[in-house]
Design a binder for this molecule. Structure first.
Ligand SMILES: [Zn+2]
Length: 285
């Protein structure tokens, strides 16, 4: 029987990596696929009568060397007001998603927030008493790029749509939020890189150990179809920069046969890129 919520576990040297579903939501298919004509993208994904497609958020936990790192906590219950009609009534919370892979919230030591769009950081919060926001993780440090935070707090209305002010404010004020200016290391074999285009400063986690490598590249390549170097979505703040940066990153990734996960592919939690082109699906389907 097909798993209702696909997940995938694999080893990268001394680390164990779990990819799991951290929520889902509806999105305008035309916006997701940028300049791709509807007759093409509707053959890729089924749209509802309003042109919306349902996409998962792929969360990732990396364990090893005394760390339990979550990246991509996915969408939660806090939304930008203008986008409420895209909320998925069947949403699975991050707490449930972590339960699917047997990770208690107390075990998480670090949360790498790739960027602050609501569907990439909302999962860390729940509403507590009197509607106050509380975070899920009693011990974790929240890692965020300073530039991303300042952009999220000061962007104009046309750029602000993807940010939920309440969430961004909560994370900005959180005593366990760590701000970074550029790439950094979370430990031996655990690098956080910085890229441009989707937002001015998106960061992502790469794991290297025992001659193997894995990266969760978030919204740089949100679905398998965005592996095309020229394909940007309407959610990319700087499409030209995104395509230039993505091309450079993917050329290296294909050459190395890197295992990647991505933000929202409807079918596969993770894939291995083939040096000869294309990919091998890992889990899901
Ligand atoms: Zn995004």
């Amino acid at each position: 029987m097909k798993d209702a919520r696909p997940k995938y576990q694999f080893a990268i040297g001394s680390f164990v990596v779990d990819i799991f579903q951290a929520g889902s939501f509806l999105v305008d298919g035309g916006a997701l696929f940028g300049g791709v004509p509807p007759e093409v993208w509707t053959a890729w994904m089924e749209a509802d009568s309003r042109g919306r497609v349902r996409i998962p958020c792929w969360g990732c936990v990396v364990r090893g060397e005394g760390k339990c790192i979550l990246t991509e906590p996915g969408v939660g219950e806090i939304w930008p007001e203008a986008l409420l009609e895209y909320a998925d009534p069947e949403i699975v919370s991050l707490r449930v998603g972590l339960g699917d892979i047997g990770i208690p919230v107390e075990a998480v030591t670090d949360v790498v927030l790739t960027h602050l769009h609501y569907d990439h950081c909302g999962g860390v919060c729940e509403r507590g008493e009197r509607g106050r926001l509380i975070d899920l993780f009693p011990e974790a440090h929240y890692h965020v790029q300073e530039w991303e935070m300042s952009y999220a707090r000061s962007a104009g209305p046309w750029e602000k749509e993807g940010y939920a002010e309440e969430l961004v404010g909560f994370l900005a004020a959180h005593p366990r939020t760590c701000s970074w200016n550029g790439p950094f290391l979370l430990g031996e074999g655990l690098s956080v890189h910085v890229g441009q285009g989707h937002t001015p400063c998106l960061q992502w986690l790469e794991v290297r150990s025992g001659g193997k490598a894995f990266a969760h590249i978030s919204d740089i390549v949100p679905t398998q179809w965005h592996l095309a170097y020229h394909l940007a979505s309407a959610f990319d703040a700087y499409p030209g920069d995104l395509c230039r940066f993505k091309t450079k990153l993917l050329k290296r990734a294909f050459r190395e046969g890197l295992t990647i996960s991505w933000a929202h592919d409807p079918l596969y939690p993770a894939v291995r890129l083939r040096p000869e082109g294309g990919f091998e699906a890992l889990g899901g389907g």
